[in-house]
Design a protein around this ligand. Structure first.
Ligand SMILES: [Zn+2]
Length: 208
């Protein structure tokens, strides 16, 4: 069973419990992706980081992966190795570190290069420990926070997706290619922003 499939099964069980215990289907009048998404958002609103995550301008699939990361629900090799599912726990990206969630999304050399490239292009410091919580604590404008949160989540997704792809075909994109892809995503998001504050106009003019 693939790692992604296991993660999906875990979420499926959460939704099943939500149906049985929370019964959102009865409230919404039938299952839709939207009703499930809203239910999960409401459920997670009690957690501080979740509010930041859902309010950011990240695209939904990036938010969903970030939510799994923050819930420690990603099946990295260290976790699978502990359960005897894989032969080793060496990070596939750098081939040196232990593949834990903290390593893959924070300290791995490969992931760090992507994060540094994206943060440099936004002219912001490199987040420490947890990027989402770190950005949430900055004294920045709401707009800047939402864009930077979207950037961090795009980095997480950009690192995790090729990692899984590389396990199948052995091809790993360079960090600089990922940085360029993320910059394109962010620029298209920023073009749709309505910016009125001078501080935001000035900041965005340096990165567009
Ligand atoms: Zn690594």
């Amino acid at each position: 069973m693939s790692w992604n499939w296991k993660a999906i099964c875990k979420i499926k069980d959460e939704f099943k419990n939500g149906y049985v215990n929370g019964n959102w289907l009865a409230e919404k009048g039938g299952y839709t992706i939207r009703s499930g998404y809203d239910w999960i958002r409401y459920k997670e609103h009690k957690v501080g980081w979740a509010k930041l995550l859902w309010k950011s301008w990240a695209i939904p699939k990036h938010k969903f992966l970030s939510w799994l990361i923050l819930r420690n629900a990603i099946n990295v090799k260290a976790k699978l190795y502990k359960h005897g599912v894989c032969q080793d726990e060496i990070c596939y990206l750098c081939n040196t570190g232990q593949e834990t969630i903290e390593h893959v999304f924070q300290s791995c050399e490969y992931a760090s290069l992507v994060m540094v490239g994206v943060c440099d292009s936004l002219h912001i410091p490199i987040p420490t420990v947890n990027g989402i919580i770190w950005i949430g604590r900055r004294q920045w404008s709401s707009l800047k926070k939402r864009i930077c949160l979207a950037a961090v989540m795009a980095v997480y997704y950009a690192v995790w997706q090729p990692l899984n792809q590389a396990r199948m075909d052995g091809i790993l994109l360079t960090p600089s290619v990922l940085v360029q892809q993320i910059q394109q995503i962010l620029k298209s998001r920023m073009l749709s922003c309505k910016v009125v504050a001078n501080v935001d106009v000035n900041w965005m003019s340096t990165i567009m």
